[in-house]
Design a protein around this ligand. Structure first.
Ligand code: SAH
Length: 388
């Protein structure tokens, strides 16, 4: 099968399974969805001088503001028009849950079409990380993942992705998160969705997160992680952008037979193909690749599997990956459970003995259904019905 055929078949899978193109909701166009030229055109069409576009960018990226009534450098008469034209409210909080003394905050966001997505802010002494969603649902259908069970509704716009970041950055700046004033320092695309299946909007969001004000929020690309099931053409494209974001690959199994089951996209892009391109990404970016591995009892957590994983990773040489095992966060109604702590430790010890960097991923927020689509899944109308 040629690569281009693979790419188009992988993408059309994503589109066709749960989307009916003619009915897909399109969120209103937001400032963050427009190029610099489009912003200028819009400003001119509003009969304002061109330099106003740059001023709006300063308010958005530097001041994290979408409230033109506070834009004192604008004529009062123009302010409400700017709000209408550039800042439709794309996401509103539907539910907020806190854990870890308020340093973990999970927000369920309602989008304009009623869709629900989530983000999780995790504050540590030296950093604050926001886990963002990039799609409403997900087409990848990994059976252990709550979002995978929802199927894909639609891609999120760049504006919808970026607003999660802006609001969290502002909460940190304004001291609204336990621990006082601070700075949002890290972004991980590990919320709902497969970022590589919404490439254009995710890339636009990455550029706007990482560019310095007044073109972006100034969160270093090195502090942004894109997590993927392993869509090979997407990883290749990302490498060619030469933006030093970290790549994380959701491997979860060391052999194709098991991975076909746990990560169905493996039938399109198998482990060797995914590791080959991940290693290429390491070579071209100079950034160590993260390998995600959710440890599931009696499924993928044996010593034999740890050894096979180590062998496959060492095939490419030293020090190019960092394995992040995480105990499975069991999803209601799924047959899989988390590994025993002693088996987790044994798994990590084998990787270490084989010379592979590995640290258990933080399970912050698991008591509030942190990440992995669990809160949104519970709030879906049909599951609310079931809970009654
Ligand atoms: N689609 C992207 C991002 C999704 S979520 C991807 O698959 O990489 C980020 C990570 O959480 C992925 O590694 C995903 O496999 C993992 N994950 C999903 N459900 C989980 C669960 N119930 N327990 C532990 N990890 C889970």
């Amino acid at each position: 099968m040629s690569e281009s055929f693979r790419e188009s078949s992988a993408q059309s899978d994503t589109q066709s399974k749960s989307q009916n193109k003619s009915k897909i909701f399109k969120p209103p166009v937001h400032f963050a969805d427009l190029s610099a030229e489009e912003r200028t055109e819009k400003v001119v069409s509003m009969k304002l001088p061109k330099f106003r576009a740059k001023q709006i960018a300063t308010h958005y990226y530097r001041h994290l503001s979408v409230e033109p009534e506070s834009f004192t450098d604008f004529p009062a008469g123009a302010r409400s028009r700017i709000s209408d034209e550039f800042f439709p409210e794309l996401i509103t909080p539907e539910a907020v849950r806190k854990a870890d003394g308020g340093t973990t905050v999970k927000t369920l966001w309602k989008l304009r079409d009623g869709s629900l997505v989530e983000s999780v802010l995790m504050r540590y002494p030296q950093r604050a990380t926001l886990c963002v969603s990039s799609q409403v649902g997900c087409a990848m259908a990994c059976p252990f993942c709550a979002t995978g069970k929802l199927g894909l509704s639609r891609n999120m716009s760049a504006g919808e992705i970026l607003e999660q970041v802006r609001i969290a950055a502002r909460q940190m700046r304004d001291g609204l998160i336990a621990g006082g004033e601070g700075r949002l320092s890290n972004i991980v695309f590990m919320g709902m969705g497969e970022p590589m299946s919404n490439y254009r909007n995710v890339l636009s969001a990455i550029r706007q997160i990482s560019a310095l004000p007044d073109e972006g929020f100034g969160i270093s690309a090195r502090n942004i992680t894109v997590s993927t099931v392993g869509i090979v053409p997407g990883i290749r494209k990302l490498a060619a952008e030469h933006i030093p974001v970290r790549l994380a690959v959701s491997l979860h199994a060391p052999d194709d037979k098991l991975r076909d089951e746990l990560v169905p996209m493996n039938k399109h892009f198998n482990i060797s193909q995914v590791l080959n391109v991940a290693h290429d990404y390491y070579l071209s970016s100079g950034r160590r690749v993260s390998i995600e591995y959710a440890l599931m009892k009696d499924i993928n957590d044996s010593a034999k599997q740890a050894k096979l994983l180590a062998k496959r990773l060492n095939h490419y040489g030293d020090d190019w990956v960092h394995v992040n095992p995480i105990p499975l966060n069991p999803v209601e109604g799924s047959k899989w459970t988390a590994s025993k702590p002693e088996d987790e430790q044994a798994f990590i010890d084998i990787l270490h003995r084989a010379g592979i960097a590995a640290t258990m991923r933080d399970t912050r927020g698991s008591d509030i259904d942190g990440a992995c689509g669990q809160l949104a899944a519970k709030n879906k109308p049909e599951s609310r019905e079931e809970e009654k």
